[in-house]
Design a protein around this ligand. Structure first.
Ligand code: MGD
Ligand code: MGD
Ligand code: MO
Length: 757
């Protein structure tokens, strides 16, 4: 799994994001992998109304679309899926599983698309071809032989369409379990838990147009330049309309500093030549890792002081009075929080926090955007509730230009949840599902990702079925999750590309290759939901990579029919033949999908209702809740540091497109650790040195070896390394309270010269 970074080159990060490099890089990936004709056809359909919903992030598409409505990383995602490279039966005959398991994620992905179902038989050394019929029969037989349905785990990644996701959870629930962990558990679960409790809906309260009506955008714990590049156009539009911007991030990400719009049609014809960069962040707060709650409490404390000095000058008293509950408790909590702790936790000066507070006070409306830098911490739920608290104080939810903008990751991760992919059902969803399909769901909540790993490790789950994703590489604690998955009797991967999980097999392992979103699925189309609740259709245009590929919907329906037989009254084959029928069923189960089939065919689709956006808070109290909590941050003993794990510009989660990270000046390598120059010197190290990293948790130490030290602008005591290379360091037992999201952004580590090389 390791990769020697012999060609690693480190240069200073560039000054601007996007620009001409983004265009040339996009074209290099598209033309290189797809050829010019396919590439051009693909580009013209990506993110267009009625076209292909981009496989990359969940950022929504604007109402008025230009012909180039995609970004560099969307182009990479398309090229990666529509590549002409293939891994067929000859490839698997040539390479044993053991041999493949020793290769890097980059190498595995670069070999191309899977083309036919493959099986690794018990005691076998190589994957061999298997018919769809035999593979499905095997899945059904194994599932039906379990002592209880709870011995099976059904994982989902966030690229799965609404239609496939809805049927998948129906299959799993009719089978008799709620074991539906998903990538969301490792991602925005903290957001869903926090927002559902505070405002009654676990999703965004703004739409794209709000960026043009806002006075201030706060981007906290998110790197849009790499992970939601089209968001930079919205930030630039906000700035052009006079808004200010604050970035709260331990790293000075270039995507947050300056942007050159590579799309001349977005109204800046000179920008593509690099002539007119938009300056983005007006203020960068280089927060210490895990110090966000301290920053938020500091901001609110300053606002409270000002409000007391001049009542009504800062807080929106009417809003607080009419729409919220719990203000007095928040006030008391803020009074109990002392400045010394805020400064220690945030690693900032009071002056820096005051400057940000002044900007918030000066703004009539503001938007806060966040992602993994906030969600993957022990106190993530409480931190997100402090973001909500900050908004509630100013009445900044449910009016134009003001609101909450969690930026979700996978292109349909939000839709999958809306469709019922969740280990816990809401009572309303449970009732509607049982009524529509006339069956009784299992009462017990299912296992989330962390619990699933522990259950498999303990031998209490025997089948691991994955609808997409790369569970072993994406999960925390690589050693623990590998052992857990290998402990199963049967592992099944419904995937498009060969990955680490398929090479960490149970006793018997199946690879079931599916169509990608860019490929023609007969007459059918699917739909997805963006991070701003816009539901749109997506229709593939390319001939499938192989005639043996099947759609995700088909791959759910066949084992469902074979496993459940007479036990299910669902006509699975009818669903597989006509996705309109699935949408009709969704409409009857999930609120907000009225006239689904009709509205999904309208150019641009439709929006699901967001009551908080309209100033209605569907909590049990019917009000938005201030949810105060005591200040928390992680302290480290001498000799130890904090580590955060981040994405490079050349990856989509565990899919590694290349070994560069252009925006951080990294070329040709991924096993790097970013450190402050003074910390490097204090350890007697120098930039370019090889080090081993150890993480510490109550159950012991974890290690990774042979990382290269890169001096970087990062707060003292903080370090960063790439996901998934650093995942062996994330302890399985370290997760956010109440959301169980692994704390991938806050690991206590030590760094020492490597004795490996
Ligand atoms: N091209 C591309 N697009 C993607 C993905 C991808 O891998 N590649 N992944 C998709 C997915 S699933 C997701 S969830 C999103 C992820 O999108 P992001 O959340 O933007 O991704 P990360 O790289 O994890 O970066 C988090 C940011 O948080 C900062 N950070 C780290 N620790 C802290 C902290 O303690 N406090 C604060 N304030 N900031 C911190 C990091 O410096 C980094 O800038 O992107 C989605 N889009
Ligand atoms: N240390 C650390 N760990 C993390 C994170 C972090 O920031 N730090 N981030 C976490 C986050 S936010 C997330 S979302 C998870 C991601 O976890 P996952 O969603 O499980 O991982 P991906 O890498 O997105 O999955 C990639 C695989 O999906 C398959 N695939 C691609 N397209 C399709 C498709 O259309 N259909 C199907 N069926 N399969 C397809 C391909 O075979 C590919 O190998 O990782 C988490 N892990
Ligand atoms: Mo994610």
């Amino acid at each position: 799994m390791t990769e020697r970074d012999e060609k690693l080159k480190v240069t200073p990060p560039p000054e601007n994001s996007a620009g001409i490099h983004a265009v040339t890089n996009a074209l290099r990936h598209l033309y290189g992998k797809m050829g010019p004709i396919r590439a051009t056809r693909g580009m013209l359909r990506l993110n267009q109304k009625g076209g292909i919903d981009c496989q990359s992030c969940a950022w929504p598409d604007p109402e008025n679309r230009t012909i180039n409505e995609f970004c560099e990383n969307g182009a990479k995602a398309l090229a990666d899926e529509a590549t002409k490279q293939k891994v067929g039966r000859e490839f698997f005959a040539e390479h044993s599983v053991e041999e493949l398991a020793a290769m890097s994620d980059f190498w595995l992905n670069s070999k191309g698309r899977l083309t036919e179902p493959m099986i690794l038989r018990e005691g076998g050394t190589h994957y061999e071809p298997v018919s769809w019929e035999a593979a499905i029969g095997l899945v059904a037989e194994k599932l039906n032989s379990l002592a209880t349905p709870d011995e099976a785990i059904f994982y989902t990644s966030g690229r799965t369409s609404n239609e496939a996701a809805f049927l998948y959870q129906l299959f799993v629930r009719q089978f008799g379990t709620n074991n539906l962990p998903d990538c969301s558990n490792m991602c925005h679960e903290s957001t869903s838990v926090a927002l559902a409790e505070s405002i009654g809906l676990g999703k965004a309260t703004i739409r794209l147009e709000d960026f043009e009506q806002t006075d201030l955008v706060i981007v906290i714990g998110q790197n849009p330049g790499t992970n939601a590049p089209r968001m930079l156009a919205s930030l630039a539009a906000a700035k052009a309309a006079g808004a200010k911007m604050i970035a709260i991030n331990p790293l000075p990400e270039v995507g947050l500093t300056s942007f050159v719009d590579p799309n001349p049609q977005h109204g800046n014809p000179l920008s593509v030549l690099g002539l007119r960069p938009s300056k983005l962040a007006d203020l960068h707060l280089p927060v210490r890792i895990g110090g966000d709650m301290a920053v938020l409490k500091g901001l609110m404390k300053i606002m409270l002081e000002r409000e007391r000095a001049e009542p009504g000058s800062v807080f929106d008293r009417n809003f607080i009075e009419e729409k919220t509950a719990g203000f007095a408790e928040l006030e008391a909590e803020l009074d109990a929080t002392d400045w010394a702790a805020i400064l220690e936790g945030s690693g900032l000066t009071r002056g820096e926090i005051e400057e940000a507070a002044e900007m918030i006070i000066a703004a009539r409306s503001f938007i806060t955007c966040w992602a993994m830098g906030v969600t993957q911490h022990t106190a993530a739920v409480a931190t997100i509730q402090d973001i909500v608290n900050l908004h509630l104080l100013r009445g900044a939810i449910g009016r134009p230009g003001a609101g909450l903008c969690p930026v979700r990751g996978h292109s349909n991760v939000q839709g999958d949840r809306t469709m019922g992919i969740a280990e816990k059902m809401t009572p309303a969803f449970r009732q509607a599902l049982e009524r529509e399909f006339d069956f009784k769901t299992a009462e017990r909540d299912g296992f989330n990702t962390v619990e699933s790993i522990a259950t498999m490790r303990d031998g209490k789950a025997k089948v691991f079925f994955a609808m997409g994703g790369n569970f072993v590489a994406a999960s925390p604690d690589t050693a623990a999750v590998s052992a857990a998955v290998q402990n199963c009797d049967l592992t099944v991967q419904v995937i498009t590309k060969l990955n680490r999980t398929a090479l960490t097999p149970g006793k018997v392992s199946l690879i079931l290759p599916c169509l990608g979103r860019s490929e023609i699925d007969g007459e059918q189309f699917v739909s997805t939901e963006s991070t701003m609740l816009n539901v749109q259709m997506s229709k593939g245009i390319f001939e499938p990579a192989s005639e043996h590929l099947r759609s995700e919907v088909w791959i759910v329906c066949q084992p469902a029919a074979a496993t459940l037989g007479e036990r299910s009254n669902v006509d699975w084959h009818a669903f597989a033949a006509d996705y309109d029928k699935i949408r009709d069923a969704i409409e009857r189960v999930v609120p907000g999908f009225e006239n689904y089939n009709q509205r999904i065919r309208k150019p641009g689709g439709f929006y699901l209702p967001s009551p908080p956006r309209d100033g209605v808070f569907p909590t049990p109290a019917g009000k938005a809740l201030f949810r105060p909590s005591p200040l928390e941050y992680t302290t480290v003993p001498p000799g130890r540091m904090l580590m955060t794990t981040i994405r490079s510009h050349d990856q989509f989660n565990t899919t590694i497109y290349g070994l560069d990270d252009r925006y951080r000046g990294i070329d040709g390598g991924r096993r790097v650790i970013f450190m402050h120059a003074e910390d490097i010197a204090e350890l007697g190290l120098a930039g370019g040195d090889r080090v081993d990293i150890t993480s510490f948790w109550e159950d012991g130490e974890r290690h990774v070896h042979g990382f290269t030290v890169v001096p970087y602008k990062i707060p003292r005591g903080c370090t960063a390394a790439y996901f998934p290379e650093a995942n062996p360091l994330v302890p399985l037992g370290s997760f956010a309270r109440r959301s169980f999201t692994p704390t991938s952004k806050c690991i206590v580590v030590s760094v020492a010269a490597s004795d490996e090389w």
